[in-house]
Ligand binder design. Structure first.
Ligand SMILES: CSCC[C@H](NC(C)=O)C(=O)N[C@@H](C)C(=O)N[C@@H](CO)C(=O)O
Length: 665
């Protein structure tokens, strides 16, 4: 594919409005239905709208359960299957709402002043555990109540984490805690308190305890520890499950007999995504790792621009299997492992990315959302061993039958580095490809650096292919999905150790004979923007570059990015005053005088992950040097402009990228 358009038209930036997203497939307690969230981009409102749908597993038309002009998400079945609780922002803040499976109007369950970000049903269906930043005292004093004193607009900051990407302004001092509320409505009560952020509550099978994720270490202000705790459901003292300075754990799930808790993660919090996560079990004795020999990370490291996230947990079946996602060489699959120990085995595989999954309580069926290079997402169901798989939705079938898409072709090449390590990549031929012709090429570089390009639809890539470009993308060293050694290879060597991998991929594709080597472009976002800057500072081979949400100067990234104060300690080998030379040597701006490639800089003004000063420094330096450079700023957008920005801005961003490459390639 990729060769002809046939009767189909070419994709345009505006086609993001034609794509429907499904996420969070939740199988009903009897295994006969799947509830999920369906999201659309509303052009008129320049916003997103999502609703809860339910589809029968034996086939049939999906039924829309909610239709508010709002974001309804996170559908969760009551244990008896008679109701679905979900989150909705229809009254402003995100609160829990309830709808009967027989239909009718949804009713509001919670009205917490700080809203609700997550919830879980108690096993008997009587109670919901909630996550909220509300403090009990606020229930007496509601918003709109008279303030005694006029508030000052001066901001006093005492904590090291004072900003987070995606949160306008500054972080407040409020903490996330576990709350409970009767599912039928009534007075909520606070279960956990104190100077901790508590998350991800999961009820014990007997309903007496709630396991949750927290960081209760002494040094929690500075470290990235993530522990597992459990607390009595009526409140009381929390007991440690998997805790300590070396804990980097999450996604707890109870065994069916309540004697053990499984969770995912690793024991080097400072390394974050640079090393593989595993599945662990704590049962009162020593904590056991169940996936030691897997050689791949647990979870979904995939990166694309057309998805709605659901962030699934682990699942533990009555017959003793634990199910989990695994990122493997550009795919995200579902695996299972015997809880008592044994080899993990593949359950849901294929050249695709499984975005989320859930199991029926009897462990017999799996519902999941998966996407592939030509289809962003659909809901599927299969048996517990992966057999009898069926697709239950076809949300984009009609649209994609009208546009020409390019099927990525996989390749593996030896790196240009001395070790000649094998590098995995993909090439997309342009739409209308004619053998014998030469085409311009665009190299796409992903971020993280520990992300993973996947066998998954990428609107930006398809758009470039539709406009006549050969698109090349790879998972160079630093990427996840190829084991810990591969992912951590770029430690204190950003750019130095992955550029030879990227260049090997470009040269391999040029050798195929259909690329014009004098019309090469490069682009990427975040760490991909860092690498775009690095590449044009180290070679003049590229004729145009677009750097997006980039990093250019590590020294100023430290202390200004929301992850800046801890990210660098691992990634660049220490804090600036310890390894000053690394911060200079590994900063793309150090090589700014070498940058001759015409550069478009795209950045969001409220990007607190890679603050806009990273872009400004680069722009000003290149202007002074007299280089071809332009700077496009997106107001009121954060680091996730390309994935969840205002729809109009997403279209404009794509238009700027296409425009720059059309001008220079
Ligand atoms: C996926 S690996 C770690 C990503 C990292 N986040 C944390 C908490 O350490 C991160 O945000 N890195 C950025 C510099 C980045 O490159 N982000 C990528 C991937 O998320 C992007 O496309 O924005």
């Amino acid at each position: 594919m990729g060769a002809s358009t046939g009767a189909k038209r070419r994709l345009t930036p505006e086609d993001i409005y034609n794509i429907t997203l499904v996420s969070d497939a939740q199988i009903s307690p009897d295994g006969r239905h799947v509830a999920y969230t369906q999201t659309i981009l509303d052009k008129e409102k320049n916003d997103y709208r999502s609703s809860i749908f339910v589809v029968p597993v034996d086939g049939g038309t999906p039924r829309r359960f909610t239709s508010a002009d709002a974001r309804d998400s996170f559908p969760r079945w009551s244990p008896d299957g008679s109701r679905i609780a979900f989150l909705s922002n229809r009254t402003g803040k995100s609160q829990v709402w309830m709808i009967s499976v027989d239909g009718g109007e949804a009713t509001q369950v919670t009205d917490l002043p700080e809203g609700v970000t997550y919830f879980a049903w108690s096993p008997d269906g009587s109670t919901l555990a909630l996550v909220s930043k509300t403090e009990a005292a606020q229930l007496e004093k509601r918003e709109g109540d008279e303030e005694d004193e006029e508030k000052s607009d001066v901001v006093r900051i005492t904590r090291i984490r004072f900003r987070a990407d995606g949160v306008s302004g500054f972080l407040d001092d409020k903490r996330s805690h576990i709350w409970c509320i009767p599912a039928a409505g009534g007075d909520p009560w606070q279960v956990t308190s104190g100077d901790f952020d508590d998350a991800w509550p999961v009820w014990s099978p007997g309903g007496h305890e709630i396991a949750f994720v927290s960081n209760r270490t002494e040094d929690r202000e500075y470290n990235t520890v993530s522990e597992i705790w459990a607390v009595p459901a009526r409140g009381g003292e929390a007991r440690p499950i998997a805790t300590g300075d070396d804990a980097y754990f999450g996604r707890p799930v109870w065994s069916v007999d309540g004697a053990a808790i499984a969770f995912a993660g690793h024991r080097q919090p400072e390394a974050g995504g640079a090393i593989d996560s595993h599945v662990w079990v704590a049962d009162g004795g020593a904590t056991r790792c169940l996936t030691e020999g897997l050689g791949r990370t647990v979870g979904d490291a995939g990166i694309n621009d057309t998805f709605a996230s659901a962030n699934p947990g682990l699942a533990w079946t009555p017959d003793g299997w634990i199910y989990f996602q695994v990122s493997d060489s550009g795919n995200t699959h579902v695996y299972r492992v015997p809880a008592g120990g044994g080899d993990p085995s593949l359950v849901v595989g294929g050249q695709r990315r499984v975005l989320d999954f859930s199991l029926s309580p009897d462990g017999s069926r799996i519902a999941f959302v998966a996407g592939d290079p030509l289809n962003p997402c659909d809901v599927y169901v299969c048996r517990a061993d992966g057999s009898d798989e069926r697709r239950l939705t076809a949300v984009n079938e009609e649209f994609f039958s009208s546009v020409a898409l390019s099927q990525p072709e996989e390749f593996r090449v030896p790196s240009h580095a001395d070790d000649r390590a094998e590098i995995h990549g993909w090439v997309m031929k342009p739409i209308g490809f004619e053998p014998g012709r030469k085409y311009p090429l665009v190299l796409e570089i992903h971020g993280g650096p520990h992300g993973m390009y996947a066998n998954h639809y990428f609107h930006e890539f398809q758009l470039l292919a539709a406009q006549g470009y050969v698109v090349v993308y790879t998972n160079p060293r630093g990427s996840q999905g190829y084991g810990t050694e591969y992912a951590s290879y770029t430690r204190a060597a950003w750019g130095e150790k992955d550029m030879p991998d990227l260049m090997a991929a470009v040269d391999y594709v040029i050798e195929q004979g259909y690329v014009d080597p004098n019309r090469l472009g490069v682009t990427g976002g975040s760490y991909g923007g860092y690498m775009t800057n690095w590449v044009i500072g180290h070679t003049d081979r590229f004729n145009a570059a677009v750097t997006q949400r980039c990093v250019s100067d590590l020294y100023s990234f430290f202390g200004t990015s929301d992850i800046g104060f801890n990210f660098g300690a691992y990634e660049w080998g220490g804090v600036p005053w310890e390894v000053r030379e690394n911060y200079v040597r590994l900063s793309p701006i150090t090589y700014v005088e070498n940058m001759k490639t015409p550069l478009l800089i795209i950045h969001s003004e409220e990007d607190y992950r890679c603050p806009i000063a990273q872009a400004e420094q680069l722009f000003i330096s290149l202007k002074i040097l007299g280089r071809e450079v332009e700077f496009v700023r997106f107001p009121n957008e954060n680091h996730n402009l390309s994935r969840s920005g205002k729809p109009k801005h997403r279209v404009e961003r794509l238009q700027f990228i296409l425009g720059w490459f059309q001008r220079y390639l």
